[in-house]
Design a protein around this ligand. Structure first.
Ligand SMILES: [Zn+2]
Length: 172
Protein backbone atom coordinates (compact mmCIF):
# COMPACT_ATOMS: atom_id res chain seq x y z
CA UNK A 1 0.00 0.00 0.00
CA UNK A 2 1.35 3.42 -0.98
CA UNK A 3 0.76 6.48 1.18
CA UNK A 4 1.82 9.97 0.20
CA UNK A 5 3.45 11.62 3.21
CA UNK A 6 4.39 14.88 1.46
CA UNK A 7 4.51 16.03 -2.13
CA UNK A 8 7.89 14.31 -2.59
CA UNK A 9 7.78 11.59 0.11
CA UNK A 10 5.94 8.26 -0.04
CA UNK A 11 5.54 5.29 2.29
CA UNK A 12 5.25 1.68 1.11
CA UNK A 13 3.63 -0.87 3.41
CA UNK A 14 3.45 -4.55 2.48
CA UNK A 15 1.35 -7.69 2.69
CA UNK A 16 4.13 -9.88 4.12
CA UNK A 17 6.25 -9.27 7.18
CA UNK A 18 9.01 -6.73 6.59
CA UNK A 19 9.89 -3.13 7.26
CA UNK A 20 8.15 -0.14 5.74
CA UNK A 21 10.02 1.52 2.89
CA UNK A 22 10.13 5.26 2.24
CA UNK A 23 10.86 7.12 -0.98
CA UNK A 24 12.17 10.68 -1.02
CA UNK A 25 12.27 12.32 -4.43
CA UNK A 26 14.77 15.16 -4.64
CA UNK A 27 15.57 17.26 -7.72
CA UNK A 28 17.98 14.79 -9.26
CA UNK A 29 17.92 11.91 -6.79
CA UNK A 30 15.48 9.21 -5.79
CA UNK A 31 16.28 7.97 -2.31
CA UNK A 32 14.88 4.89 -0.58
CA UNK A 33 15.03 4.38 3.15
CA UNK A 34 15.18 0.64 3.88
CA UNK A 35 14.12 -2.12 1.48
CA UNK A 36 11.84 -4.43 3.53
CA UNK A 37 12.16 -8.24 3.47
CA UNK A 38 12.85 -10.60 0.54
CA UNK A 39 9.17 -11.65 0.53
CA UNK A 40 8.13 -8.10 -0.36
CA UNK A 41 10.41 -7.62 -3.39
CA UNK A 42 7.62 -8.11 -5.98
CA UNK A 43 5.28 -5.72 -4.17
CA UNK A 44 8.01 -3.09 -3.73
CA UNK A 45 8.83 -3.32 -7.43
CA UNK A 46 5.19 -2.91 -8.46
CA UNK A 47 4.68 -0.03 -6.01
CA UNK A 48 7.64 1.80 -7.55
CA UNK A 49 6.25 1.06 -11.03
CA UNK A 50 2.95 2.65 -10.11
CA UNK A 51 4.88 5.84 -9.28
CA UNK A 52 6.62 5.62 -12.66
CA UNK A 53 9.92 4.35 -11.30
CA UNK A 54 12.03 1.33 -12.22
CA UNK A 55 14.47 -0.09 -9.66
CA UNK A 56 17.28 1.48 -11.74
CA UNK A 57 15.77 4.91 -11.09
CA UNK A 58 16.64 4.60 -7.40
CA UNK A 59 20.07 6.26 -6.99
CA UNK A 60 20.56 6.10 -3.27
CA UNK A 61 19.53 3.62 -0.60
CA UNK A 62 19.89 4.33 3.09
CA UNK A 63 19.61 1.39 5.49
CA UNK A 64 18.59 2.35 9.02
CA UNK A 65 20.22 -0.80 10.42
CA UNK A 66 21.36 -4.29 9.51
CA UNK A 67 18.31 -6.49 10.10
CA UNK A 68 17.02 -8.77 7.32
CA UNK A 69 13.50 -7.33 7.40
CA UNK A 70 15.00 -3.95 6.35
CA UNK A 71 17.75 -5.15 4.01
CA UNK A 72 15.95 -8.02 2.22
CA UNK A 73 15.14 -6.05 -0.92
CA UNK A 74 18.65 -4.79 -1.71
CA UNK A 75 19.15 -7.17 -4.65
CA UNK A 76 16.56 -5.18 -6.61
CA UNK A 77 18.83 -2.15 -6.59
CA UNK A 78 22.27 -3.26 -7.67
CA UNK A 79 22.86 0.05 -9.52
CA UNK A 80 22.21 2.18 -6.44
CA UNK A 81 24.67 3.55 -3.92
CA UNK A 82 24.08 2.12 -0.45
CA UNK A 83 24.69 4.12 2.70
CA UNK A 84 24.54 2.90 6.28
CA UNK A 85 26.42 2.94 9.56
CA UNK A 86 29.82 1.22 9.55
CA UNK A 87 28.97 -0.05 13.02
CA UNK A 88 26.32 -2.33 11.53
CA UNK A 89 27.71 -3.00 8.05
CA UNK A 90 31.51 -2.64 8.31
CA UNK A 91 33.16 -1.74 5.01
CA UNK A 92 30.45 -3.34 2.85
CA UNK A 93 28.51 -0.14 2.27
CA UNK A 94 29.31 3.57 2.00
CA UNK A 95 29.62 5.42 5.28
CA UNK A 96 26.33 7.18 6.00
CA UNK A 97 28.24 10.07 7.57
CA UNK A 98 29.86 10.77 4.21
CA UNK A 99 26.59 11.03 2.31
CA UNK A 100 26.51 14.25 0.30
CA UNK A 101 22.84 15.12 0.51
CA UNK A 102 22.66 18.30 2.60
CA UNK A 103 18.87 18.01 2.99
CA UNK A 104 19.34 14.94 5.18
CA UNK A 105 20.57 15.05 8.76
CA UNK A 106 21.87 11.73 10.08
CA UNK A 107 21.49 10.93 13.77
CA UNK A 108 23.29 7.96 15.32
CA UNK A 109 20.82 6.06 17.49
CA UNK A 110 22.42 2.82 18.69
CA UNK A 111 20.46 0.58 21.06
CA UNK A 112 18.26 -1.64 18.89
CA UNK A 113 21.44 -2.42 16.97
CA UNK A 114 24.99 -1.07 17.24
CA UNK A 115 24.74 1.01 14.09
CA UNK A 116 21.14 2.15 14.13
CA UNK A 117 20.50 5.57 12.60
CA UNK A 118 17.62 8.00 12.23
CA UNK A 119 17.30 10.42 9.34
CA UNK A 120 15.79 13.89 9.61
CA UNK A 121 14.45 15.39 6.37
CA UNK A 122 12.73 18.74 6.85
CA UNK A 123 10.11 18.01 9.56
CA UNK A 124 10.05 14.24 8.99
CA UNK A 125 11.99 11.84 11.20
CA UNK A 126 12.70 8.42 9.71
CA UNK A 127 13.34 6.44 12.85
CA UNK A 128 14.04 2.85 11.76
CA UNK A 129 13.49 0.50 14.68
CA UNK A 130 14.49 3.03 17.33
CA UNK A 131 11.08 4.62 17.98
CA UNK A 132 7.61 3.78 16.69
CA UNK A 133 4.20 5.41 16.91
CA UNK A 134 2.46 5.86 20.27
CA UNK A 135 5.74 6.07 22.17
CA UNK A 136 6.81 2.49 21.65
CA UNK A 137 10.49 1.68 21.10
CA UNK A 138 12.58 -0.97 19.37
CA UNK A 139 13.58 -4.25 21.00
CA UNK A 140 16.79 -4.28 23.00
CA UNK A 141 16.94 -8.03 23.64
CA UNK A 142 18.56 -8.94 20.32
CA UNK A 143 22.21 -9.68 19.53
CA UNK A 144 23.86 -6.26 19.13
CA UNK A 145 21.17 -4.53 21.20
CA UNK A 146 22.06 -2.42 24.23
CA UNK A 147 19.49 -1.05 26.63
CA UNK A 148 21.75 1.71 27.94
CA UNK A 149 22.64 2.90 24.46
CA UNK A 150 18.93 2.90 23.65
CA UNK A 151 18.23 5.18 26.61
CA UNK A 152 20.87 7.63 25.40
CA UNK A 153 19.50 7.52 21.86
CA UNK A 154 15.97 8.24 23.08
CA UNK A 155 17.27 11.26 25.00
CA UNK A 156 19.00 12.45 21.86
CA UNK A 157 15.79 12.13 19.82
CA UNK A 158 13.82 14.15 22.37
CA UNK A 159 15.91 17.16 21.33
CA UNK A 160 15.14 16.73 17.64
CA UNK A 161 12.30 18.85 16.27
CA UNK A 162 10.04 17.03 13.83
CA UNK A 163 6.33 16.86 13.03
CA UNK A 164 5.96 13.58 11.16
CA UNK A 165 7.32 10.28 12.44
CA UNK A 166 8.15 7.64 9.84
CA UNK A 167 9.25 4.50 11.71
CA UNK A 168 10.36 1.14 10.34
CA UNK A 169 7.16 -0.66 11.34
CA UNK A 170 3.56 -0.01 12.31
CA UNK A 171 0.80 2.30 11.20
CA UNK A 172 -0.03 5.69 12.60
ZN1 LIG B 1 15.43 -4.20 13.47
Amino acid sequence: MITKIKNNVWKFAFENFGSLVYLIKLKNKNILIDTSSPDNIPELESDLKSLGLDPQDINTIILTHNHWDHTGGIILFLDAEFYASKKDFGENLKDIHKIEIPELKIIDTPGHSKGGICILYKDILFSGDTIFHRGTIGRTDLPGSDENEMKKSLEKLKKIKYKILCPGHGSD
